[in-house]
Ligand binder design. Structure first.
Ligand code: NAD
Ligand code: DAU
Length: 356
């Protein structure tokens, strides 16, 4: 038996692969294009382990996907591969349309062709698990009830619109063709190996570099934060026990304003790596122009997953932030390896004119 993990060299995918190979005997085939966000160093720990195989492929390449299914005969696909950064989708949505919509279609199509050739038992046990986001549900007011799985899709950014499109394709492949799919919609992840364009790692690295900590708008937008290992555990539970055709919300149950998140990062840094001048890193906070179409609040109702999967997040926000900050402090070589010229160009363009 084996599983295919698309996007397994990215942030959540690599955490999923490391957790999987650390706990289970079953091999994993990582399918990854290695975009700016994919890094084989993320899974280097298992580079010499025969249970880890790597296919350097674009999910938009239908023939390559068909070959991967034929060559590895997986019992399941866990589909993480995507373009994931909202600000980049605002800057240029093309890659998001290609990978998140066309790529998901090509992968579904290849999976369907493979699944149709399986024995009845293998076909009934096969799973296609699509990893999606709470952003497909849109935005909430301060008193809005957390998103349930039946909340309508109301995406507001180019990124979330492409993820919503992918959710609909996955649903259609179940309704129309009977492919045994599962969908998870998760809230904001944080933890080791997150690419430093996202809020938490960007703030850690900017703080250490003495740069500004740029908060969009009034800094009071709210996200629900989940430690990445808890998300990965939820995905494993859905894969093991979820019902085909069903959608499962996953989240940390820890709603925070962005300013509270950045203050928590600063407090941990003040504790473990104090500034040489004795001041707090929070002095580096600045308010900058808001993100266009910036969703005000996400909150997610995970009662279905807790009830039906016997899963719940294990990490508090405080413990997860401490582990995350400490990981970035201890992994300078990883940080240096992902700060390529392309990364530096993005940061220079996105944050032009913001001084510490
Ligand atoms: P990431 O950007 O860190 O990694 C994405 C990975 O996909 C990279 O390894 C990249 O090389 C690969 N990839 C991109 N385009 C590809 C293509 N065309 N073919 C093959 N591989 C390709 O992303 P992440 O934050 O780890 O997110 C993983 C998944 O989880 C995404 O589907 C995302 O929508 C979803 N998600 C993320 C969060 C979050 O907070 N980060 C929350 C909920 C859901
Ligand atoms: O909710 C799940 C989603 O969470 C995932 O589907 C996405 O892939 C992931 O990128 C994340 O999207 P967000 O837009 O919420 O994450 P980001 O880290 O970009 O921003 C978090 C919040 O912080 C958001 O309200 C915008 C704000 N922000 C972000 C950056 C990069 C700032 O205030 N300043 C910044 O410099």
């Amino acid at each position: 038996m084996t599983i295919v993990v698309t996007g397994g060299a990215g942030f959540i995918g690599s955490n999923f692969v490391l957790d999987w190979l650390g706990a289970l005997a079953e091999p994993v085939v990582v399918v990854d294009k290695l975009t700016y966000a994919g890094n084989l160093g993320n899974i280097a720990e298992f580079a010499d382990d025969p249970r880890l195989r790597f296919e350097h492929c674009d999910i938009c390449d239908g023939a390559a996907m068909a070959r991967v299914f034929a060559a590895h005969a997986p019992r399941a696909v866990v589909h993480f591969a995507a373009e994931t950064h909202v600000d980049r989708s605002i800057d240029d949505a093309g890659a998001f349309l290609r990978t998140n919509v066309e790529g998901t279609f090509r992968l579904l199509d290849a999976a369907l062709g493979y699944w149709r050739g399986l024995s009845p038992v293998a076909a009934s046990e096969f799973r296609f698990l699509h990893v999606s986001t709470d952003e497909v549900y849109g935005t909430l007011g301060p008193d809005g009830a957390p998103f349930t799985e039946t909340h309508p899709h109301r995406p507001n950014s180019p990124y979330s619109a492409t993820k919503a499109a992918a959710d609909h394709l996955v649903r259609a492949w179940f309704q129309t063709y009977g492919l045994p799919v599962l969908t998870t919609n998760c809230s904001n992840n944080y933890g080791p190996r997150q690419f430093p364009e996202k809020l938490i790692p960007l703030m850690i690295l900017n703080a250490l570099a003495g740069k500004a900590l740029p908060l969009y708008g009034d800094g009071c937008n709210v996200r629900d934060w989940i430690y990445v290992a808890d998300h990965c555990a939820g995905v494993r539970r859905v894969l093991e026990t979820g019902d085909p055709g069903e959608v499962y919300n996953l989240g940390g149950g820890q709603e925070k304003t962005n300013i509270a998140v950045v203050r928590a990062v600063c407090a941990r840094l003040d504790e473990v790596r104090p500034r040489p001048d004795g001041k707090t890193y929070a002095d580096q906070l600045v308010f900058v122009k808001d993100r266009p179409g910036h969703d005000r609040r996400y909150a997610i109702d995970v009662s279905k997953a807790e009830r039906t999967l016997d899963w719940k997040p294990a990490h508090t926000f405080e413990a997860g932030i401490a582990t995350t900050v400490d990981w970035y402090l201890a992994n300078g070589a990883w940080v240096a390896s992902v700060k390529t010229g392309a990364y530096r160009n993005w940061i220079a363009r996105q944050y032009a004119g913001i001084e510490p």
